[in-house]
Design a protein around this ligand. Structure first.
Ligand SMILES: C[S@@+](CC[C@H](N)C(=O)[O-])C[C@H]1O[C@@H](n2cnc3c(N)ncnc32)[C@H](O)[C@@H]1O
Length: 274
């Protein structure tokens, strides 16, 4: 409903109460336009892949019914486009988390030793956030680690050599080498998954956390009502740190000074006390 309100199809008349605008009739059961929308949506995937398909086939008419645009599936180029998109998406954002979160104090930058892990970016894609973090705090002590799936970390060819890479599936127990980092950072990862999967991701991270470790979850948190379209598209509801109870305790919620629809909210959690 948040999306439909932000798109003008419904009006939010009260808390969790909505009224349909005239345009909503287009999508009601029985409307021919609804059927047309469903049909057209089914045609989108092959059309999206047409430029690539024709490039590969030498711009010739398809003649093989078994090997036409419909059978053309995901290609590595699409993954590379996704990675680029992850980087571009940040242009929609306000301040970076490390500008409004007191990094020096919380991550104890001055006291950190060279050999310990300072920050692990889990689901960090090709490492763009770690690169920016390193630029912002030159001369950092402590190791920076990028974790993503093996295929993604292998594709992170531009990564500075001092950022370590770990190819790992975060649904499986985390590797011991990542234990006791000062901070684990998850940006725009949990909103991709249903709660039960998010729980597995969080529990695996919890098993790495030492008494001094912090978990930082950077997400597009949505307000209770009248959510902007961008937030609705990427919404993440974290009522009172509901998901983070699987880690331990939420100790802070941080927001940028100038909050714009694309701004993240940083949830800070610590592990369970034994
Ligand atoms: C929405 S992207 C967020 C990327 C980055 N944190 C950012 O904010 O730009 C989600 C990331 O999770 C990674 N991912 C998905 N499934 C994974 C898995 N099973 N194990 C590790 N990483 C995974 C994806 O490869 C992708 O880089």
């Amino acid at each position: 409903m948040r999306m439909l309100v932000a798109m003008g199809i419904f009006t939010e008349v009260g808390h969790h109460t909505y009224s349909a605008n005239l345009i909503a009739n287009v999508w009601t059961v029985g409307s021919p336009l609804r059927e047309a929308s469903i049909h057209m949506a089914s045609q989108i995937p092959p059309v999206v892949f047409l430029p690539e398909y024709f490039e590969e086939k030498g711009y010739r008419n398809p003649t093989d019914a078994e090997n036409g645009p419909f059978q053309y599936t995901q290609r590595p180029k699409i993954q590379s486009a996704y990675n680029t998109m992850m980087r571009i998406a940040r242009n929609q954002r306000g301040e970076e988390w490390f500008e409004y979160y007191p990094v020096e104090e919380k991550l104890r930058l001055a006291e950190h030793d060279e050999s310990g892990i300072l920050l692990v970016d889990i689901g960090g894609n090709v490492g763009h956030d770690l690169v920016n973090f390193q630029k912002r705090f030159p001369g950092l002590r402590g190791r920076l680690v990028l974790e993503d799936t093996p295929a993604i970390v292998d594709s992170a060819t531009d990564l500075p050599p001092n950022i370590e890479r770990v190819g790992h599936d975060f649904f499986t127990p985390q590797p011991h080498i990542l234990q006791n980092a000062k901070a684990y950072y998850l940006r725009n990862v949990l909103h991709d998954w249903p709660d039960k999967n998010a729980r597995t991701i969080l529990e695996n991270i919890r098993d790495l956390m030492g008494a001094e470790s912090i978990l930082l979850v950077d997400e597009y948190a949505v307000p209770e009502e009248n959510v902007a379209l961008y937030q609705a598209e990427l919404d993440f509801i974290m009522m009172g740190g509901y998901l983070l109870r699987w880690i331990g305790r939420v100790v802070g919620v941080h927001r940028p000074r100038d909050y714009v629809p694309g701004s993240g909210t940083l949830f800070e959690a610590v592990g369970r006390e034994e």
